[in-house]
Design a binder for this molecule. Structure first.
Ligand code: LLP
Length: 386
């Protein structure tokens, strides 16, 4: 064992694979629940898109979170893991008819609607089933976030949500449609956000919108502020649990809720990010012209975040205590961007060593692809292996 990794067990296993430390996951969930509980009316949904591994999902469900889904497939995965339909919200700019029908058939809590055409389709499909669909309007708050451009969602130029200028028209449309019932407002400004000031910006905008709606005598039942709380990729051990206390306190301080309203969250990365590592084996150590490469059997098909967002994942050689040397750590895929990190200090590497790419529990396994005809990585929990 080095750290919390069962290395002897790992040596018998086929690599690469994802390893989920369930103690970290359960401690994280306890922390979220304890912090949210302080406010009485805070409801936390887990954003299934971050990781839909069935074992991970059932631990989250056992800890009473709801599910935030963005496709019919995610709704099915959530239902299969035992999430009650009454705790499922369904978001997404492009919901297909079959996905809307699936949500209606299960009787999910709420559709987060992003446009008038979508509203009309939901109204029609619900009418055909003799049902009333519960909806929230996803509003694009035009609030920026200090994060990677690819994962900012709440700006005018992004495809998400209803533009603020259109809100009145959409509210008129809701009034004219008999098979939809407005329950809430939904927002999401982006992901991997560590600056609480970004969420303050969102709160201020929500307050303005609520004021506008109040002038029309509308008070919705819930406000959903999406997800986005970031994690500390540099220090997965020191800060394995994100600062949920500061996060919830920010909303408590800056968001003006009416006494009847509940506040919903859709957290993905902050719930599952730190519990997961990609475990990969060193195939070769290769001397380049002026550097050395550690070539792994895991690549961008297993963990695409470094190639796609230039994301940093801490990389450890979990089978060596030798002095550090500098390596470029790369995968086997035929793409120059298949690089996990350059000039990294790593305990001296030899063929067969095992590497852990840390903080990979969110948007890791779920974003894996079969490019180069590779098999998808498996995911195992510490409950199974230790
Ligand atoms: N709610 C909505 C509407 C979202 O679009 C997202 C994430 C979440 C909640 C959850 O956000 P979180 O709490 O995980 O930040 N693949 C990228 C991240 C994409 C996030 C997409 N939306 C990455 O690997 O960084």
């Amino acid at each position: 064992m080095k750290g919390t990794f069962p290395i002897d067990k790992f040596r018998e296993m086929e690599t690469p694979f994802y390893f989920y430390d369930t103690k970290v996951l359960r401690d994280t969930l306890n922390c979220v629940n304890n912090e949210a509980k302080k406010y009485g009316n805070y409801i936390v949904h887990y954003a299934v898109k971050a990781n839909a591994n069935p074992k991970v999902l059932s631990i989250i469900r056992e800890n009473y979170l709801g599910a935030d889904c963005v496709s019919g497939g995610e709704i099915r995965a959530a239902i299969k893991a035992g999430f009650p339909a009454s705790k499922i919200v369904f978001a997404g700019v492009g919901k297909a008819d079959w996905e809307i029908n699936l949500g209606l058939d299960y009787g999910i809590f709420c559709f987060n609607v992003e446009s008038i055409p979508e509203l009309e389709v939901i109204n029609e499909l619900a009418g055909a089933k003799g049902k009333i669909a519960s909806i929230a309007l996803r509003v694009n708050p035009n609030v920026g976030a200090h994060t990677h451009a690819n994962i900012t969602t709440g700006l005018k130029e992004n495809k998400f949500g209803i533009n603020l200028e259109d809100l009145d028209n959409v509210l008129d449309a809701v009034n004219s449609l008999p098979n939809v019932k407005l329950l809430g407002l939904h927002f999401h400004i982006g992901s991997q956000i560590l600056d609480m000031g970004d969420f303050v910006g969102l709160c201020n905008r929500v307050n303005e919108i609520q004021e506008r709606m109040y002038q029309r005598r509308i008070i919705v039942e819930h406000i959903n502020v999406g997800g986005g709380l970031g994690i500390d990729y540099q220090h997965p051990n020191r800060q394995s649990i994100p600062d949920f206390a500061a996060y919830f306190a920010t909303f408590h301080k800056h968001l003006k809720l009416r006494p009847s309203q509940t506040l919903h969250f859709e957290l993905g990365r902050s719930i599952v990010g730190q519990c997961g590592s990609l475990i990969s084996k060193v195939l070769y150590v290769k001397q380049g012209a002026n550097k050395q490469f550690a070539i792994l059997d895991g690549g961008m098909t297993d963990l695409i975040r470094p190639a796609l967002y230039q994301a940093y994942h801490k990389i450890e050689n979990i089978t060596s205590e030798e002095p550090m040397e500098k390596y470029d750590v790369v995968g086997p895929i035929c793409e120059s961007s298949d690089v996990f990190g350059k000039a990294l200090d790593i305990n001296k590497v030899k063929r067969g060593d095992l590497f852990a790419l840390r903080s990979a529990g969110a948007y890791g396994e779920i974003m894996a692809s079969g490019y180069n005809c590779r098999a998808l990585p498996q995911g195992y929990t510490s409950d199974e292996l230790i």
